[in-house]
Ligand binder design. Structure first.
Ligand code: RTP
Ligand code: MG
Length: 139
């Protein structure tokens, strides 16, 4: 299996619940290393650019307003099979459908306030990591 990098965002709902540490512990326990991290308040333009792939979707406006409703904790994670591993730890987008023991099952309230974001492919991970951590040397 390949060493990969992925972008994780702990969304405003989870930051507000004070569970950054609990979520980060799950990444660490799964062998994912944090190679960059910061707490940031996204602007509307940041959130619109970050989620640009969804701009024609009906939920886009709500997604952007939610993502700027408070600070987010952004991390670049590195490890074996990091993209899939992170998506497995996160669970399904809708917490009602997320498997027990996943981050979304344990910490998310709704499909909008769903605790975490994770890159979904090698190419998107590259773009998303460069968006938040342009200083990180590409591997
Ligand atoms: P993310 O990008 O945040 O990691 O989430 P994801 O891959 O599991 O889901 P995605 O399809 O990329 O959607 C991005 C975010 O938009 C919100 N969403 N709402 N109301 C809806 O039907 C709906 N569908 C998606 C979710 O907050 C999702 O995380
Ligand atoms: Mg997605």
């Amino acid at each position: 299996m390949a060493i990969e990098r992925t972008l994780s965002i702990i969304k405003p709902d989870a930051v507000a619940k004070n569970v950054i540490g609990k979520i980060v512990s799950r990444f660490e326990a799964a062998g994912l290393k944090i190679i960059a991290a910061k707490l940031v308040q996204l602007s509307q333009a940041d959130a619109e650019q970050f989620y640009a792939v969804h701009k024609e979707r009906p939920f886009f406006k709500d997604l952007v307003s939610f993502m700027i409703s408070g600070p987010v904790f952004v991390q670049a994670l590195e490890g074996e099979d990091a993209i899939t591993k992170n998506r497995d730890l996160m669970g399904a987008t809708d917490p009602k459908k997320a498997a027990p023991g996943t981050i979304r099952a344990d910490f998310a309230d709704s499909i909008d306030a769903n605790a975490v974001h994770g890159s979904d492919a090698v190419e998107t991970a590259k773009v998303e990591i460069a968006f938040f951590f342009p200083e990180l040397k590409a591997r």
